[in-house]
Design a protein around this ligand. Structure first.
Ligand SMILES: Cc1ncc(COP(=O)(O)O)c(C=O)c1O
Length: 397
């Protein structure tokens, strides 16, 4: 069967590919430790389960309004009011089957063929594929040499008459860095000067550690509200990845169009999951704080272990649940006679030899890096770090 050029050009999700290989090894009885997961290892909080059960008992099994049940849209408005002091009305909120389809729907509504989007690399794997699927083109601003923080002069250099928007993700997957208030104000200023939209993905906003604070760009620069789409969801915050609920907030006209795309695409997000999300937003705040504390401890443990390892470097992550490790000094070495000439080769050898699963940096637009997720128990982190240390010590120059 002949596939379209669009489908042929599409790369499958690399994060999922590694997870699949690790799961296969685990199924065959191998003692796999996975640092590949892009999700909390916690179970969804009790309030989520209760709200879902109650929805089933009420037989909430039908299509819901395409944009989401009013109760959830109102709850998202309340959350944004209390968390960020922002006023959105339900007509400015779209509930999707995860944040992922919402980002796609946004590109579908914001990009004409050939339009350019400024993307900061390293970047979450789906952005570029989605931009391309929607006929746009990514213009990459590399931050690997500036501790993963973009410089405004580099952003300006990346602009062209075709630039349509800026894509901002803080706390960042895969680097765990946070963008501070000055940087976000600077980016908002550029967007205003050049009349660009901003897609602001803050799906990890609740997971920050130590001194670092998450800043919402619209709370900082209220004038940016008319050009900004906020993207968030329950997946990470409430350990609800499997339920598939995300939300987007922004200008009414954009949200209405995104709702129309969604109407032809997924229709509403799962009815039971939407009710479960109401339960999460209403009652699971303490559970979120408990998870945040656990992640902070695990981050500290992983960072401490990694600091003692040869060859590798990393920027101390302040948010999300990832450490993004620079392994460029390992490239060109061999492991048991196998040349490690890329991050992918490194990941595969580490998985095959030590049963430690990680994600290569290349699909995040950062070759020569690895993403390690610490959404894992302290015991697993401890054991996994021992194996990584052994692996690094057995590299042959
Ligand atoms: C930066 C970022 N945005 C959005 C998403 C999508 O999350 P979901 O579709 O589960 O809501 C993810 C998931 O990994 C992510 O890392």
């Amino acid at each position: 069967m002949r596939l379209s050029a669009r489908a042929t050009a599409l790369e499958p999700s690399a994060t999922m590919a590694v997870a699949t290989k690790a799961k296969e090894l685990k199924r065959s009885g191998k003692p796999v430790i996975s640092f590949g997961a892009g999700e909390p290892d916690f179970t969804s909080p009790p309030a989520v389960m209760e709200a879902a059960k109650a929805a089933m008992d009420r037989k909430e099994t039908h299509y819901t309004p395409g944009a989401g049940i009013p109760e959830l849209r109102e709850e998202v408005c309340r959350y944004y009011r209390e968390r960020f002091g922002l006023t959105y009305e339900p007509a400015q909120v779209l509930i999707g089957a995860g944040a992922k389809p919402l980002v796609y729907e946004a590109f579908a509504c914001l990009l004409d063929p050939g339009d350019e989007v400024v993307v900061f690399a390293p970047a979450w794997v789906s952005y570029v594929e989605q931009i391309r699927l929607c006929g746009g083109r990514e213009v990459v601003v590399d931050t690997a040499e500036t501790d993963f923080i973009p410089r405004l002069e580099d952003v300006r250099k990346a602009l062209s008459p075709r630039t349509a928007g800026l894509l901002i993700n803080t706390p960042c997957n895969p680097t765990g860095v946070l963008y501070d208030a000055d940087l976000l104000r600077g980016l908002a200023r550029i967007a205003e000067e050049r009349d660009l939209w901003i897609l602001f993905d803050e799906i990890y906003e609740r997971f920050t550690y130590g001194e670092a604070r998450h800043e919402n760009i619209v709370a900082l620069v209220p004038e940016a509200a008319d050009r900004t789409l906020l993207v968030n969801g329950v997946s990470k915050t409430f350990a609800m990845t499997g339920w598939r609920v995300g939300y987007a907030l922004g200008p009414k006209t954009l949200l209405a169009k995104m709702g129309a795309v969604q109407g032809h695409f997924t229709s509403n997000a799962c009815s039971i999951s939407q009710w479960a999300s109401v339960g999460a937003l209403k009652e699971a705040d303490d559970d979120v704080e408990a998870m945040r504390r656990a992640f902070r401890k695990r981050r500290d443990l992983m960072v401490e272990r990694l600091s003692a390892m040869p060859y590798i470097h990393f920027v101390q992550p302040q948010g999300a649940f990832y450490v993004f490790v620079d392994i460029r000094a390992c490239l060109g070495t061999s492991y048991r006679g196998k040349l490690l000439d890329s991050d992918l080769a490194f990941c595969n050898s580490l998985l095959d030899a030590e049963y430690v699963a990680t994600v290569p940096g290349s699909p995040f637009l950062a070759p020569g890096h690895l993403r390690l997720s610490y959404a894992n128990s302290a015991e697993e982190i401890d054991e996994g770090m021992k194996r990584l240390y052994r692996f690094l010590n057995n590299l042959e120059a």
